[in-house]
Design a protein around this ligand. Structure first.
Ligand code: HEC
Length: 219
């Protein structure tokens, strides 16, 4: 967590993460979108995959959810996904990097080398735990997951806060390309992965807001 990658890298990461979920051509050579658009609510078609969970796995891998939600470990070639923490979010025991936050929040954005911590004008956001543990999406319903993505709401609850960047961008991109059956398949897959107990820290407000709140409290 000592190295930091600057804004340019962040832009590349986000661009890379935003590839639309796609499904392979089926036996007739029909395109993915055509196939998935035809998915019936009864679940008889899974974008060319034999079942909903394997379709969801494919969509998660294609969309690069793990790029941000899986912490990394260092290798001679740089950071690689920590397979013991697959989609488990920012590790609770790792504090945010010690940097000049005020400068970063003013100038652009910065992310840590494992892409689980993002700092920008919105403050600090930490990649969430997407595993089916109680500290992740274990207690979520399918409807909550769909609302989280469709409405960009934290924990998919109606009156909760809006999701912060970069997830707000990811959700907006997903909403342009993913239908409900695809979101349901993603959720069904997430429910099958290994639960990891990891309570991700809540986001932090930008410094200028925190300072306003502090000076307001003094008067
Ligand atoms: C570019 C990095 C990035 C990518 C790619 C990404 N996420 Fe996220 N995600 C985050 C961050 C950071 C948060 C925390 C946002 C917050 O606290 O508001 C988050 C939050 C979430 C949440 C809300 C969790 C909660 O507790 O409310 C869900 C659901 C989610 N992501 C699902 C996904 C899925 C599914 C994918 C792949 C399709 C994905 N994310 C791809 C960075 C990313």
């Amino acid at each position: 967590m000592k190295q930091l990658i600057l804004a340019a890298a962040a832009a590349i990461a986000v661009a890379g993460c935003h590839s639309a979920p796609q499904t392979p051509s089926n036996a007739n050579g029909e395109s993915a979108q055509t196939t998935s658009a035809r998915s019936s609510p009864s679940g008889t078609s899974f974008g060319g995959y034999p079942d909903q969970v394997s379709w969801g796995k494919h969509l998660v891998q294609m969309s690069g959810c793990g790029d941000c939600h899986t912490p990394k470990v260092m290798s001679p070639m740089g950071p690689v996904p920590d397979t013991t923490m697959y989609l488990a979010g920012h590790p609770s025991q790792i504090p945010p990097p010690r940097i000049n936050r005020a400068e970063i929040e003013k100038q652009g954005l910065m992310l840590t080398n494992d892409l689980t911590v993002w700092i920008g004008p919105w403050g600090i956001s930490y990649a969430a735990n997407l595993t089916p543990d109680e500290t992740g999406i274990g207690g979520w319903t399918e409807a909550q997951f769909i609302r989280a993505i469709r409405e960009g709401k934290w924990k998919g609850m109606e009156n909760s806060r809006s999701l912060l960047p970069p997830m707000s961008f990811v959700a907006a991109s997903l909403n342009q390309v993913a239908n409900d059956e695809e979101l349901k398949a993603i959720f069904a897959y997430l429910k099958t992965i290994k639960p990891v107990h990891n309570l991700v820290p809540g986001p932090e407000a930008p410094l200028h807001q925190a300072q306003h709140a502090h000076s307001a409290a003094q008067f």
